[in-house]
Write a new protein. Structure first.
Length: 250
């Protein structure tokens, strides 16, 4: 095992995962949903973390297939594997760079934001002066029933929004990390486990951090510039990693 290349692979994996998580499509929907649903920060960050975990698990599931295929190839072609893997990384990197030059940028399932807006209920209870005590109690009971219905409606609305956010993010994997898994196939399942842990930490931490920053009022930071140049940055990183694989792993 080439320790230098493996350390570089680990660092690259963390950078790719964190950069991917910093894209507004991975945290802005949670901020918008929190404002629409009147969530407090702890609940918003918890929902973000759970959705991020689903995003990571689906990516890891795809990574298992990538690593299994990569290990099978490595066992058959031996020394040619670095050339093939490095060439694949460079080709993918060039694809991202071309996409950046053409201005197509990055597109995700959240590309066109469509957020659930909760229904706003207003319940104005106008009471007339009551002569009898039992009438006053009847009004209080009505108010309690209205409050219970409002809470139940809010809970159902929250479940719908949370399920939507979780599903959309889960089935939109971090495709940029799959080449990192492919290179990690050379180091077996131990390397895969380490890269999976790095993916999980970088992704969930990035999503939670940027969600928290926005909720804290740091929206003025030009986060959308990250989305604008993501393809170019990822393309450069993948090309560099592919070149290093070819030079140092042969």
């Amino acid at each position: 095992m080439n320790d230098f290349v493996f350390i570089t692979l680990v660092a690259t994996g963390f950078a790719v995962a964190f950069l991917h998580a910093a894209i507004p499509t991975h945290w802005l929907p949670f901020v918008v949903a929190a404002r629409a649903q009147h969530w407090k920060k702890p609940k918003t960050l918890a929902v973000t973390g759970v959705a991020g975990a689903g995003h990571v698990l689906f990516t890891i599931a795809l990574g298992v297939l990538v690593v299994w295929g990569g290990m099978a190839i490595n066992s058959r072609i031996g020394k040619l594997f670095p050339l093939i893997a490095g060439g694949a990384l460079i080709a993918l990197g060039l694809f991202y760079l071309v996409r950046q030059i053409k201005g197509t940028g990055h597109s995700h399932l959240f590309g066109g934001h469509s957020h659930h807006q909760p229904e706003h209920h207003s319940h104005d209870i106008h009471t007339q002066p009551h002569v009898h005590a039992h009438e006053h109690e009847h009004v209080n009971q009505d108010s309690d029933i209205v409050a219970i219905k409002q809470r139940w409606s809010q809970q159902r609305s929250d479940l719908v929004v949370i399920a939507g956010l979780f599903a959309l993010l889960t089935f939109s994997p971090c495709e940029a990390f799959l080449p990192v898994f492919l290179i990690g196939a050379k180091y077996g399942w131990v390397g895969f486990a380490l890269l999976s842990a790095i993916l999980a930490v970088a992704t969930v931490a990035g999503m939670v951090v940027f969600t928290w920053l926005t909720l804290a009022g740091v929206e003025k930071l030009k986060f959308r510039n990250l989305e604008k140049f993501e393809s170019g940055v990822l393309g450069g990183v993948l090309c560099l990693l592919g070149i290093m694989i070819i030079l140092f792993e042969r």
